[in-house]
Design a binder for this molecule. Structure first.
Ligand SMILES: [Fe+2]
Length: 388
């Protein structure tokens, strides 16, 4: 997140004496990406952030994945998945490859403290409200929010008890999630042609100061899961500054780019990470050339697997294919896909769409996990066949 922010108290000069009311030093922590060569933040803790009391391996359930073989387009009805648990530990893996994992969660429990040391996470909230509590401070969330949690940020989810269960699509990457480079100036400012600007990104506004000893934190790392017990509560930060912090962006703040004829998916791009792009399809006016065809053309994305998460609205181009709210479609490389028979003609003259959807494209093939197998609509591959 290339956008400098200061929260709470920080000393006027980095790496200098910064003392607590009792005269002791605050413990300075630099959290930085790519080995001191990318975005970073400086945090000031009341206690040492390195004080561990115990370390234990956690036997986490392994969610096996298998290749999309024989190759076929897929449709998963995520609302058929069982509800329960918390957003950290009860994710159903839908799809995964070497670069990322896409999973779905539905449940009402608040979570324990967690950090994902394998890469950044994007949690798209389909439904529900609550608070993401982090070592940087708290962020409220609601439907339509993309929560971006950088690698190794300790956090937890506090779900509002009276709200609907949280439903979320989760993208775990093996790198860092940010806006596409082409939206940024050489110095990292979002340019005028970008479909959003810095004002649309919201980070923590005040420190979240908690006291406590012997605090458990679940750590996801490349070797599995480990539980750390810290001597002191990690949420003891009096202030921080920098360009690395958790933040949210609402899909409703994405300003769609439209044209006289059909615009390609990159105009909807919102984020990128190594091997992955994320696009937001939001309510917008359709193309305005007098002979325009608003429905998308058939397309063969020869280098990517395309995952579409249907959030709300009516999905004109796939009407009749069984797509519903919460559906996830997978259109893999090697398969040409396009609109539903009849929907091209039917789209002509339509002025706009109310559809809301999140697309995740990956540049390596996606394997399927248990969440996919438990929610698959087996007839989807044949839904383009006319007169079936
Ligand atoms: Fe597509």
């Amino acid at each position: 997140m290339p956008y400098y922010r200061t929260v709470g108290e920080v000393p006027p000069k980095r790496h200098t004496q910064f003392r607590q009311p009792d005269g002791s030093l605050y413990a300075e922590e630099l959290m930085g990406e790519e080995g001191f060569s990318f975005d970073s933040a400086l945090l000031y803790h009341a206690h040492s952030p390195t004080a561990l009391r115990s370390i234990e391996a956690v036997e986490a359930e392994v969610q096996d994945t298998s290749p999309n073989h024989p190759l076929r387009p897929r449709h998963f009805k995520t609302h058929q998945l069982k509800a329960g648990g918390d957003v950290v530990t009860a994710r159903a893996v839908l799809l995964a490859n070497e670069d990322c994992t896409v999973s779905y969660f539905v449940g009402s429990d608040s979570s324990g403290l967690y950090k994902n040391a394998t890469g950044d996470e994007m949690v798209f909230i389909e439904q529900g409200t609550g608070t993401l509590e982090t070592v940087f401070g708290a962020i409220r969330f609601e439907a339509g929010d993309y929560l971006i949690i950088p690698a190794s940020v300790i956090h937890r989810y506090e779900v509002d008890p009276s709200a609907e269960p949280v439903r979320a699509l989760i993208l775990e990457t093996r790198g860092h999630i940010g806006p596409p480079r082409r939206y940024l100036s050489r110095n990292g400012q979002l340019l005028e042609h970008a479909p959003f600007c810095e004002r649309d990104f919201h980070g923590p506004e005040t420190p979240l100061i908690r006291d406590g000893t012997n605090v458990e934190v679940l750590v996801k790392h490349r070797g599995g899961m480990t539980q750390f017990v810290y001597g002191n509560h990690p949420f003891d930060v009096i202030g921080w500054d920098g360009c690395l912090y958790p933040h949210k962006f609402s899909i409703h703040d994405f300003e769609p780019i439209t044209g006289r004829v059909h615009q390609p998916p990159p105009v909807h791009q919102t984020f990128e990470a190594p091997g992955v792009v994320v696009c937001s399809f939001v309510p917008r006016l359709f193309d305005y050339h007098p002979d325009a065809i608003p429905a998308p053309y058939n397309h063969a994305n020869v280098d990517s697997d395309e995952v579409l998460f249907y959030v709300e609205g009516n999905f004109m181009s796939r009407k009749g294919a069984g797509i519903e709210q919460g559906s996830v479609s997978l259109h893999p490389a090697g398969h040409t896909h396009g609109p539903q028979p009849g929907s091209v003609e039917a789209s002509i003259g339509k002025k706009g769409t109310e559809e809301l959807a999140v697309m995740i494209d990956t540049f390596r093939p996606l394997d399927m996990g248990p969440g996919a197998k438990d929610s698959e609509d087996d007839g989807y591959a044949w839904t383009w066949l006319e007169g079936r």
